[in-house]
Design a binder for this molecule. Structure first.
Ligand code: SF4
Ligand code: SF4
Length: 173
């Protein structure tokens, strides 16, 4: 199964609507906040990172995008998560594009969201909907099974993962 590190462009689009998923319960230190994931109701401690302290002190993105995450800040043309190392699990697992499908050297499909494949290849779409869409693609075994099915039909899937998923170590901060 081919895997590649996901390359985020820091466009910030995914965090612009995440404010409703993260409730700040209280400030617990000069740069620490007790928070709750509103879907799972799990609590976590968000720590603003040293390197982002001055950025965090700038006006929140919520001033211009009310639905944005409270920890998102604009830095020039990019948007940064100021609590990256302590961000909640749903942020760690999120990738706006989860995999691409190649045939020959060309990309013929792209998986956005949980199961919806975007493709103009009718045979690939039929294969996806008939044999793959029902698999648990959050799970590594499910992804491996999807890869076997696609490879058996002449396609080459490439899954995007975080760098730490590939190396087993935390990314540089
Ligand atoms: S994960 Fe995707 S949508 Fe979110 S900031 Fe990165 S490139 Fe943009
Ligand atoms: S915690 Fe970070 S990654 Fe998660 S929504 Fe907020 S800014 Fe985005």
């Amino acid at each position: 199964m081919r895997e590649e590190p996901f390359s985020c462009t820091l466009c910030g689009r995914c965090c612009m609507g995440s404010g409703r998923y993260i409730a700040v319960l209280k400030q617990t230190g000069p740069r620490e906040y007790r928070c709750r994931e509103t879907i799972t109701r799990r609590e976590f401690t968000a720590r603003v990172e040293d390197r982002h302290l001055s950025l965090f002190a700038r006006p929140s993105v919520q001033w211009t995008h009310p639905a944005a995450c409270p920890f998102l800040r604009q830095d020039g043309v990019t948007y940064l998560c100021t609590i990256r190392a302590s961000r909640p699990p749903f942020c760690r697992e999120y990738r706006c594009v989860r995999m691409r499908v190649e045939k020959g050297a060309a990309a013929v499909g792209e998986l956005r969201g949980k199961t919806g494949l975007k493709t103009k290849d009718a045979a690939l779409l039929a294969l996806w909907e008939g044999r793959i869409a029902h698999l648990d693609l959050q799970d590594r075994e499910g992804r491996a099974e999807a890869a076997r099915i696609l490879e058996g039909a002449g396609y080459d899937p490439v899954w995007y993962v975080e760098a730490e998923d590939l190396t087993g170590t935390a990314p540089p901060s």
